[in-house]
Write a protein that binds this ligand. Structure first.
Ligand code: NI
Length: 250
């Protein structure tokens, strides 16, 4: 059984979400919210499908004037069936933005996760140091933390692992210019890694350029097996166990 530990399955992402879900039958998906609408979709999907779990959160680039309402929605549904965490939350300085506002909303969502003792799924882009510092100063590692779509240096990987965080590894690993990522995967133990796709984005090779979907998580496992000189079945078994433990799936 494969687990895609991070994907997006809103109606806006796919014409036929049901078919995408069907392609993952007998496997598990953890669907991530990012804004008000996708959080509603996550709640609905989790109530409908036994193999779908979800996390709810407001992505740093999706903070709007409705933020109070959006955070209330998350808190209201945090103990719903199959809602297993807060995410994806974090910092994204890639485009011109209000950094202080991002930090404030990030911290408030961390505190929400701590209040309900729920795992946290982190999005971080061009903001790794602030992300690291805030997680530490907020004592976020009291709960399970996943750095989704990890694409930072090996040095940074080791720092997060030291705190107990898991690294979500996705399709970027299969790209031709993924030297840094390959170095990370080769030098850290598989027990720190969760497989993910971040569908519909970041499609792994050889399908790069098409829309990604959770079943492609297999290609990430295959690449890790190659890099670590392991059997793909072992990669799948270990990372599946990691995701079950990380999100307390049952
Ligand atoms: Ni995502």
């Amino acid at each position: 059984m494969l687990i895609d530990s991070h994907c997006h399955l809103s109606n806006k992402d796919y014409d036929d979400v049901q078919q995408i879900i069907k392609n993952m039958q007998d496997n598990i998906m953890i669907v991530s919210g990012a804004d008000a609408n996708s959080n509603i979709d996550v709640v609905n999907l989790c109530s409908k499908y036994s193999n779908i779990y979800g996390v709810l959160g407001i992505h740093p680039t999706e903070i709007t004037e409705n933020i109070e309402k959006d955070l209330q929605y998350i808190e209201k549904h945090i103990n719903d069936k199959h809602i297993v965490g807060i995410g994806e939350i974090g910092l994204d300085y890639h485009y011109e933005c209000d950094k202080e506002l991002q930090k404030e909303i990030f911290i408030r969502q961390i505190r929400l996760a701590l209040k309900y003792q729920k795992p946290i799924v982190i999005h971080t882009r061009d903001a790794i140091q602030d992300t690291y510092d805030i997680l530490k100063s907020e004592n976020a590692y009291q709960v399970n933390v996943t750095i989704h779509c990890f694409s930072e240096s090996l040095e940074m990987a080791k720092l997060f692992i030291k705190e107990g965080a898991k690294l979500g590894i996705g399709g970027i690993l299969t790209f031709k210019n993924a030297k840094k990522m390959c170095e990370v995967v080769q030098n850290i133990d598989l027990k720190h890694i969760l497989l993910e796709t971040d569908s519909p984005y970041l499609t792994p090779e050889p399908f790069r350029g098409t829309k990604n979907e959770p079943k492609n998580v297999y290609l990430v496992a295959k690449k890790i097996a190659e890099l670590k000189n392991m059997e793909i079945e072992d990669v799948i078994n270990i990372t599946t166990k990691n995701s079950i433990a990380q999100f307390d799936l049952c």
